[in-house]
Design a protein around this ligand. Structure first.
Ligand SMILES: C[S@@+](CC[C@H](N)C(=O)[O-])C[C@H]1O[C@@H](n2cnc3c(N)ncnc32)[C@H](O)[C@@H]1O
Length: 312
């Protein structure tokens, strides 16, 4: 794409970006993210932003002092997040990496026998990914699927009533073993226990949940590493001490497109992730997943990181 056109696109994104919005959130709490800061963490001018699901390029604007403006969560118009397109691209058929994530988490959670029954579960930034919810079904008394974008909330409300056949392949991976096999009808059970809510990670209540999951959210909602840390902190804070946390993160992601619109990411590695979890998570296991063979040549991220632990 010619540089001029890239610059126009970036300007268009900035123009349509929303300012901090007060979502009619589920808990009536206030957004507690840090004040907006324009970063000086990145030097240079043109940033390539291809990712797991994109090969396009976005341009970050150079500031007067030569640093690059980092896009923060409130500067993105999340209502432009095209849920249908995101689902089609990422989850309409099961990918090798998602199968691997499920297998790893299935075996890891089975080994952690302390998770009790009928617990309160949170999945934050659910988007169009139902497998984190399916993962917690054997233990869940209730699941709050909290999503920020209007389109994502609407997609989820439809999907939860009776999810599509695409998700049977994901369930099949889990149902190879107990306790998933014993769930009976997962479609019916998911509809019974799940409540879809619109809300922000920065507005989550403290110490509310026994089990928290977050898949590709804290590092995929901002370009600012401090805001990533703040999002992660808010997620961990929503889980009670002793509760179980599960997280999946893109490694070294430089952003992603959904239906040709660019969305931000913070490039984090395993050391950054471990460091940001260290203070609040015990019994931490982090698993690195390589990029699947059929995507070896696609730039934009270097793998995925899956974390499981106990909130301290
Ligand atoms: C890369 S998608 C991940 C979606 C899904 N969890 C998955 O595994 O594919 C990032 C998600 O974060 C959500 N998001 C963006 N800002 C958010 C915020 N402040 N609070 C909660 N979720 C947010 C987006 O709407 C989107 O669904």
């Amino acid at each position: 794409m010619p540089l001029l056109e890239q610059t126009r696109r970036r300007l268009a994104v900035l123009k349509t970006a929303s300012h901090p919005r007060s979502v009619g959130d589920a808990w009536g709490t206030k957004r507690c993210g840090p004040p907006a800061s324009r970063g000086s963490q990145k030097a240079g001018y043109v940033l390539d932003r291809p990712s797991r699901n994109s090969s396009s390029v976005r341009v970050a604007m150079e500031q007067q002092d030569g640093s690059v403006a980092l896009q923060r969560n409130s500067e993105v118009n999340w209502d432009e997040f095209d849920a249908g397109s995101y689902f089609e691209h990422n989850y309409a058929s099961i990918r090798a990496d998602d199968r691997e994530i499920l297998e790893f988490l299935r075996d890891e959670l089975r080994a952690r026998r302390e998770i009790s029954k009928n617990v309160a579960v949170l999945d934050i930034g659910t988007g169009t990914n139902l497998y984190p919810l399916l993962l917690t079904l054997p233990w869940a008394g209730s699941i709050d699927a909290v999503e920020y974008s209007v389109g994502g909330v609407s997609w989820l409300r439809d999907a939860i009533t009776s999810y599509g056949p695409e998700w049977d392949a994901y369930w099949a991976v889990l149902a190879e073993n107990e306790p998933w096999r014993g769930v009976g009808n997962p479609r019916k059970r998911l509809a019974e226990v799940t409540s879809v809510q619109q809300g922000s990670i920065f507005d989550l209540p403290s110490d509310r949940y026994d089990f928290g999951s977050m898949f590709f959210v804290a590092e995929s909602l901002t370009e600012d590493v401090e805001e990533y840390r703040s999002a992660l902190h808010a997620f961990l804070g929503a889980v009670k001490p002793g509760g179980t946390i599960v997280g999946a993160f893109m490694e070294n992601s430089t952003g992603y497109d959904v239906a040709h619109r660019p969305f931000p990411a913070v490039p984090i590695d395993e050391a950054t992730l471990r460091d940001s979890l260290a203070e609040n998570v015990a019994r931490l296991v982090v698993q690195h997943l390589d990029i699947p063979d059929d995507e070896q040549l696609r730039p934009g991220y270097t793998g995925m990181l899956i974390a499981v632990g106990t909130r301290t």
